[in-house]
Design a protein around this ligand. Structure first.
Ligand code: B3K
Ligand code: ZN
Length: 872
């Protein structure tokens, strides 16, 4: 396939200042008439052809300034027009015909449950009409939609509604006008028969905005939490970033077939219904938190993404990393900042670190791609957000805000680059950010090695940085790493120092910029315990010489909640890796009593938030452990080691965990708020430990039976299915859940997921059987992800079974999915990305599965790209 390169960027010869679209909707024969005002850029020769992008298009007609134009070459992928008028502007009319019902790739115009909807980012608009389908072509859109009234009483597009009325044959129409110029990827259309939850919001400038969330009839009530989150997001963006909404309406539509979480189309966000619909009976606390975050994320895109967009797709992190940072800050303000940060870092390490440390590593701003859809990654999103966070840390809150203000002022209405973004911060701060800018251009997770020593009032830190080589980047430059830290005295209080030499230290942050340095802190009253990378100020791996008793001390006393969590997590990880080595060597596992005692005391510490305690006593996942082991991994041994530590902690704390479990039982009315969710989280983690005891099945069964919300129901069922797989109680719970939720797809997704993640060799057979279940559908991405995605990414021992049978099965399934939905197959295939860190026998089996995919005739560019890069 073709490779696209950042350095090849060139502005287009032509612009499209105005786009007028007419849709005559029909499931198998939709007519699209695009009336485009084309403008030749100044200085461009009139003989320059106009080359428009298409994808799978069926061209019906072309007119130039109202006259049929024959000087063109059209293929489904391209329209080349020659002999164009000499005038700077002309009108081009293009008629295409689409088949929404046959569109299973869910890109362009398709139907989901009878509702017409679109997905255009990144390159879906070209499946609707020929266009300059690139983000630096900004156009003012006017859209007319015509459809049978009975089938589609609701007709939505971007911007404000301007007209509507009746047509012949029981058809009707609506017209929408969006005054804000936008790239084609933000275009959207929705038509169908949907219910609506309405509300309104008055902006700080006094604009009254009509809010609507459109869902299946009868489900309006389930949009209430999303609506509340939307209003809180709108207010927060005014208060924290000074950003006001800019249209008279803001609509959200929930659809059930969607390739990702949601899409920020101007004034018309389209959501996977999983991230809209919620009440206590159908959604878990995690679902509520995700809904809040994603509603906010898409809304925040209105400024970071829509008003200021990307020049080209290499700049994707300009809108995504920044918007993730904004939604993280929002959630931190709405909930508990410390807990939120721990959850973010866990996700970063689970999703981004393996990417950065494997064959799919790429810079936050990639320099080349074959398929841009494969770059909506944890690196672009999550690491992209960390880079913005570091910028805020380096500049300080106020300067960061001043830079953001300047960004909005200087670039409103433009399509920008990372250089534009960094420049505003250089301008407001007077700093040189060129070394910092490497975070965007260089892939790989930097390593810091720190050796502390203390003598006569002076603390010396020997700090070394290295950036490991990654594919196609063998030589790395040194980074600017802002390392937040604290020195803690034996009484648990922060120690001061009188001066620091050998490096830059400011406001509790060490600025690491060299390969190695010796930093001296003078006037430190006693040998301190070091709290390093507080708040996870930099996305790096740290190797610090630290004694176990220092980690125990930090786990009890660090004033930084993240640092406390990190310390205990490090102790757990070290214990698990030691146990893993014992398992491999055929020896019995042994653990220090101090670990179990610490788990017990953290769990019971009422001075700490329950949500924090829940996170702290949750053991690293099997994938976390494997990542920290790094190479030659045997997932079966990881599973055994992890189970042993769960058993050890459970056994040592049996009575106190049980008492606490009972004490946390909430009898009041349900609230989805962070405090109540935190209590449920702690109680459900405790349940996992209690399930290990003799009466474990009884406790879990009772938990399931008495659950009054989805969070507890899932915890009960999940604990039974995972801790006592195949037991009569587990079977009964699964059957009962299925009976009660058969007509609720989002709940059934959880039912599939729980079964697909039961560890061990039976998992493959379970997944095969579930694929034949009447409610499994290969066309529905949520269902495919809940079964195949959670098996491959969330079941280490099941997926990576030693005989390679799961790899072959999975590769075959992917090839089937690939024929309909390449984005989905490619995303699922990333489950292979860490194959080289497995032990040799599994490695070879995984390699064979990847090779079989690459060889498949007709494999999509998407899947081929992931498979080939994984093998490279
Ligand atoms: N911008 C969209 C993602 C589009 C993904 C296309 N494969 C959602 C978001 O990040 O907000
Ligand atoms: Zn986004």
């Amino acid at each position: 396939g073709q490779v696209f390169r950042l350095e090849d960027y060139r502005p287009s010869d032509y612009l499209i200042p105005r786009t007028h679209l007419t849709f005559r909707l029909d499931p198998i024969r939709t007519i699209v008439i695009a009336d485009l005002t084309i403008e030749r850029r100044a200085g461009v020769d009139p003989s320059a052809p106009l080359i428009l992008d298409g994808d799978d298009l069926n061209l019906k007609r072309i007119e130039l300034d109202g006259i049929e134009h024959t000087a063109h070459e059209a293929t489904p992928e391209r329209l080349v027009l020659k002999d164009l008028p000499e005038t700077a502007q002309f009108q081009l009319t293009i008629e295409t015909e689409l088949e929404p019902d046959r569109n299973k790739a869910l890109m362009g115009l398709y139907r989901s449950n009878g509702v017409y909807c679109t997905q255009c980012e990144p390159e879906g608009f070209r499946r609707i009409s020929y266009f300059l389908d690139r983000p630096d072509i900004l156009s003012v859109y006017h859209v007319r939609i015509e459809a049978p009234r009975a089938e589609a009483p609701l007709l939505l597009s971007n911007g404000n509604p301007v007209d509507s009325g009746e047509l012949d044959n029981s058809r009707h129409f609506a017209e929408w006008h969006d005054p804000h110029p936008k790239p084609s990827y933000l275009f959207a259309l929705v038509a169908g028969d949907l219910g609506c939850l309405r509300d309104s919001f008055t902006t700080m400038g006094g604009r009254k905005v009509d809010l609507g969330i459109y869902v299946e009839h009868g489900k309006e009530r389930l949009a209430a939490y999303a609506m509340d989150a939307l209003k809180r997001s709108m207010r927060w963006d005014e208060e924290v970033f000074g950003r006001e909404y800019d249209l008279d309406v803001f609509n959200i539509v929930a659809v059930s077939d969607f390739n990702m979480g949601a899409m920020e189309n101007k004034g018309l966000n389209i959501f996977n219904d999983k991230y809209v619909l919620a009440d206590e009976a159908t959604a878990t606390d995690t679902d509520f938190a995700n809904i809040e975050a994603i509603i906010a994320h898409e809304y925040f895109h209105n400024w970071t993404g829509n008003r200021i967009t990307c020049r080209d797709w290499f700049q994707l992190c300009l809108k995504e990393g920044l918007t993730v940072f904004r939604d993280h800050e929002f959630s931190a303000d709405q909930r508990s900042r410390g807990v939120k940060r721990i959850a973010e870092v866990r996700a970063l390490k689970a999703l981004q670190f393996p990417e950065d440390q494997g064959p799919l590593a790429h810079p936050v701003r990639p320099r080349r791609y074959r398929e841009i859809n494969n770059f909506y990654t944890a690196t672009v999103y999550e690491k992209g957000s960390e880079v913005v966070r570091m910028l805020a840390t380096i500049l300080g809150r106020e300067t960061f805000r001043a830079g953001m203000d300047l960004y909005f002022e200087r670039h409103d209405g433009e399509a920008c680059t990372i250089e534009d973004f960094l420049k505003v911060f250089e301008d407001v701060s007077g700093r040189d950010l060129s070394q910092f800018g490497l975070w965007y251009n260089q892939s790989g997770t930097p390593n810091l090695t720190i050796k502390p020593s203390y003598e006569a009032g002076t603390l010396t830190l020997e700090i070394e940085q290295s950036v490991p080589p990654t594919p196609s980047e063998s030589r790395k430059r040194l980074m600017h790493i802002p390392l937040a830290f604290g020195l803690i005295g034996s009484d648990g209080r922060e120690l001061q120092w009188s001066s620091a030499e050998g490096g830059t230290v400011d406001g509790g942050v060490i600025h690491v910029r060299k390969r190695s340095q010796k930093l001296r802190f003078h006037g430190v009253a006693e040998r301190p315990v070091l709290s390093l990378n507080r708040g996870f100020s930099a996305p790096v791996t740290l190797a610090v010489e630290q004694r176990p008793e220092d980690l125990i001390f930090l786990a009890r006393h660090d004033s930084d909640p993240f640092g406390r969590w990190q310390a205990f997590n490090t102790l757990l990880t070290e214990a698990l890796i030691a146990a893993y080595r014992c398992v491999l060597g055929g020896k019995a596992t042994v653990f220090e009593d101090s670990i179990a005692r610490l788990a017990g005391s953290i769990a019971a510490d009422d001075d700490l938030e329950p949500a924090y305690r829940a996170l702290a006593i949750t053991l690293p996942s099997e994938a976390d452990i494997a990542r920290d082991i790094g190479k030659d991994i045997d997932p079966d041994a990881v599973l055994v080691a992890r189970k042993a530590l769960v058993g050890f902690i459970a056994g040592a704390n049996r009575d106190s965990f049980h008492a606490l479990y009972q004490h946390l039982h909430d009898t009041g009315p349900f609230s989805p708020d962070a405090a109540a969710a935190g209590r449920r989280a702690l109680r459900n983690v405790l349940l996992g430990y209690l399930a290990r005891s003799n009466d474990g099945t009884d406790i879990a069964t009772s938990h399931f039976t008495h659950a009054t919300n989805m969070t507890d129901l899932i915890a009960g069922m999940g604990t039974l299915a995972h801790e006592h797989p195949g037991s009569p109680q587990a079977r009964a719970a699964l059957a009962d859940f299925e009976r009660r939720h058969a007509d609720m797809p989002l709940a059934m997704d959880k039912w599939f997921q729980i079964q697909a993640t039961v560890p061990g060799e039976h998992a493959l057979e379970t997944v095969r059987t579930l694929m034949r279940h009447p409610s499994f559908s290969i066309d529905n991405p949520n269902r495919v992800r809940s079964l195949m995605g959670s098996f491959s990414a969330g079941n280490q021992s099941g997926f990576h079974r030693a005989d390679g049978a799961a790899y072959l099965f999975f590769a075959e399934a992917l090839m089937d999915i690939d024929k309909r939905n390449p984005q989905l197959s490619a995303r699922l295939a990333t489950a292979f990305r860490s194959w080289r860190s497995l032990e040799p026998i599994r490695q070879e089996k995984a390699r064979q599965a990847l090779v079989s995919m690459v060889k498949m005739p007709g494999i999509s560019v998407d899947l081929g790209d992931i498979a080939e890069r994984s093998l490279a």
